[in-house]
Structure formats: structure tokens, C-alpha cells
Design a protein around this ligand. Sequence first.
Ligand code: ZN
Ligand code: ZN
Length: 246
Amino acid sequence: MTVTVRFVGSGDSFGSGGRFQTCIVVDGPASRVAIDFGASSLIALARQGIEPNSLAAILLTHLHGDHCGGVPFLLIDAMLASRRTRPLTIAGPRDLRRRMNDIREALFPGSGVMTPKFPLEWIEMEPGRRYDVLDLGVTPVEARHTRETHPSALRVEVGDKVVAYTGDGEWTEALEAVGRGADLLIAECYFFAKPVKWHLNYPDIAAHRDHFGAKRIVLTHMSREMLAHADAVPEECAYDGLAITL
Ligand SMILES: [Zn+2]
Ligand SMILES: [Zn+2]
């Protein structure tokens, strides 16, 4: 049984390296889902030739725009342009539905009168519990990042594989549990040398790489400063379009 993980967007919030914001598409045995869906994700999907309606679910780590800001665009596209009929599940942190509706109404005033013609399910997850999302097992783990975003890392069981993602956030021991035994750990690596609060930076990766216990680690969400060193570090670094088969 194979699982494919595709970095549709491997960038940070600010367009560093011309990369799209976070969007990681996972093809499992029964469904295709996206982990995070930054504001640029519809464009990034089109660049990769991936039809938005092929996504059965969106899993969100936290409520920063570069990780969730594409959801209103996805919903409007599904209602107006792509004419979606298949169900869509959106799972993420608490307050997800209200915040997404607020953003949608801010970006597309009056869009609140539109009703999806497809079944739309919202799942608001609390850290530390395991949730069934379609055929996946999803466990959010609290992350140390901007508190107002309700930040989490995610451990996703898909088929007989585990894909773990740190989301955004400083190193905490809880991240070890997220990555332990995972077939793939996707770790943010924001800065190479500069210490930046609320993020995982390269010195943390180097210090804790072995503590994660993951079979494979790929770094993502790199700033310009980190991208300048990406070719020199021993770790594998993501780029838009990188596909990994597990
Ligand atoms: Zn981010
Ligand atoms: Zn963030």
C-alpha cells in the first residue's frame, strides 16, 4: 500500500524563494487530502495540475493565513466555478468554522448568502485526542506558536503509514511524540542561524533530529535566510512539486 505526499506549497508566509504557502497533498489508499491550505493554495494546486474537487478533506494545523487562508477561496471556487458535488471535510483547531466564515465574508462580502450544494463538514479538534477524519486517524498535538491561532502539530495515520507535521512552532518535547516512528516527518525550518521566537529553526532541527525517531525528515517553510543554506545542510529540503512515495 503506497501513500504519496506532494509538497504543493513549501514556502513561508512571505513568498520567500517564490514558493507557494503551505499546502501538502497526501494521497492515501481511499482519499486525497491536503494538510494546510495557505492563501495561495488554489494557484499552487493548478500549477501542479491537481483539481481542487479531488480533495476530500483539508486538515489545518493553525489559523495563520499562510496555513488556512486558502479555505475561503476553495469554498467559493467549489460553489461558483468548480461546481463541486462531492462531500468536503475541513478539520482544524477550535473556532475554525467561525474564523473561516469571517475571512470569507471579509474577502467576498455578501458570499454568506451562498449555500454549498455539496455536503460540507467542519471538525474542530482539541489537541491530545485522536479523530477519525474519513479513513484517516488525525491527532493534533499542541504547539508553541502564536496562541491566538490555536496552534498544533499533526500526526496523520493514512493506510498503514504515518505522516507527521510540526506545523509552525518552537521546539517542545511534545514534538517527539508527533514524529515518533513516523514514515515521514515534515518539519518547519524557518531560520538557519537567527533565533526566531514561535518557530522551529535549524539549530533545533540539528539538536533534536534523532529525538523525533522518524524514518525520514523533510524540512519546509524556509525563510530566505534558510533557503540560502538549504543545499548545504544534510537534511532533505522540500520544494514546490516534490513528491515522496511512502
Ligand atoms: Zn507559517
Ligand atoms: Zn504560523
